[in-house]
Design a protein around this ligand. Structure first.
Ligand code: NAP
Length: 247
């Protein structure tokens, strides 16, 4: 049986990496998809893959820093799909810099995309989620948001902020039947981590108890669980998907 039969899911940062893997995993489980990111060409290509799996896809090319555009994109997605049951706040950027060299505008940009972007999307989708009989908010943070990381103060602050944001929504929306949970990935092989050398990657893998770096599909499987009825009694949790790295 499909775990997400006929659910309507909106995924931000769907054009590549973890978001793309989540969108495809959801479609394989029977969900229709609203795909958000800035690059329309990549989203259109993914939409074709979703349709080939027999599901509907709505493409919304939007920059999460633009509040009005986000509202319009979420409204259009909701209309095209006929509602929304699941929102996955996945889009994110990094700007790695030691504190003394970190420019305020860069710090603000990371918070604007990662944290305020999730606020904009979730707020725009909230009414639709409240109408759903199985509303789900899934927010992709990072283990760095739990532990901190030298050279990643803006990224870690945004990811820690997302944990507080998601837990607050869990409390606010529980009585309305909407759950809100966080996934905290460890080191996952995507464009975001592609600039590391083979030696750096091997050094990280050595610190991971399960002995390998993560794949986008590892995170996607956790998202399917949290979106499904199997997680109906789970809210306000932070699920680490990191091979044991941060325990
Ligand atoms: P990625 O490959 O760099 O993809 C980032 C996604 O975010 C892209 O789809 C991108 O869309 C979208 N995006 C970036 N800026 C945007 C904006 N202003 N408006 C709309 N969309 C925007 O990253 P990833 O590795 O898949 O990461 C996905 C999430 O997992 C992020 O939140 C990241 O922080 C988190 N995470 C990743 C790792 C890891 O090791 N990879 C670990 C922990 C947490 P466009 O390409 O269209 O711009």
């Amino acid at each position: 049986m499909s775990l997400l039969a006929d659910r309507k899911a909106l995924v931000t940062g769907a054009s590549r990496g973890i978001g793309r893997a989540i969108a495809l995993a959801f479609a394989r489980e029977g969900a229709d998809l609203a795909l958000l990111a800035t690059r329309r060409d990549a989203l259109e290509a993914l939409a074709e893959e979703v349709r080939a799996l027999g599901r509907r896809a709505s493409v919304q090319a939007v920059d999460l820093r633009d509040g009005a555009a986000v509202q319009a994109a979420v409204d259009a997605a909701r209309e095209e799909l006929g509602g929304l049951d699941i929102v996955v706040n996945n889009a994110g950027i990094t700007c790695d810099q030691l504190l003394l060299r970190h420019k305020e505008e860069d710090f603000q940009r990371v918070l604007d995309v990662n944290l305020t972007g999730a606020f904009r999307v979730t707020k725009a989708a909230a009414r639709a989620l409240l109408k759903s009989r199985c509303g789900r908010i899934i927010t992709v943070s990072s283990v760095v948001g739990l532990t901190g990381n030298a050279g990643q103060s803006s990224y870690a602050a945004s990811k820690a902020g997302l944990v507080g944001f998601a837990k607050s929504l869990a409390q606010e929306l529980a009585r309305r039947g909407v759950t809100s949970n966080v996934i905290a990935p460890g080191f996952i092989e995507t464009d975001m981590t592609a600039q590391l050398s083979d030696e750096q990657r091997a050094a990280i893998a050595q610190r991971i108890p399960l002995g390998r770096v993560g794949r986008a599909e590892d995170v996607a499987r956790a998202a399917v669980y949290l979106a499904s009825d199997h997680a109906a009694y789970v809210t306000g949790v932070v699920l680490r998907v990191d091979g044991g790295l941060s325990m």
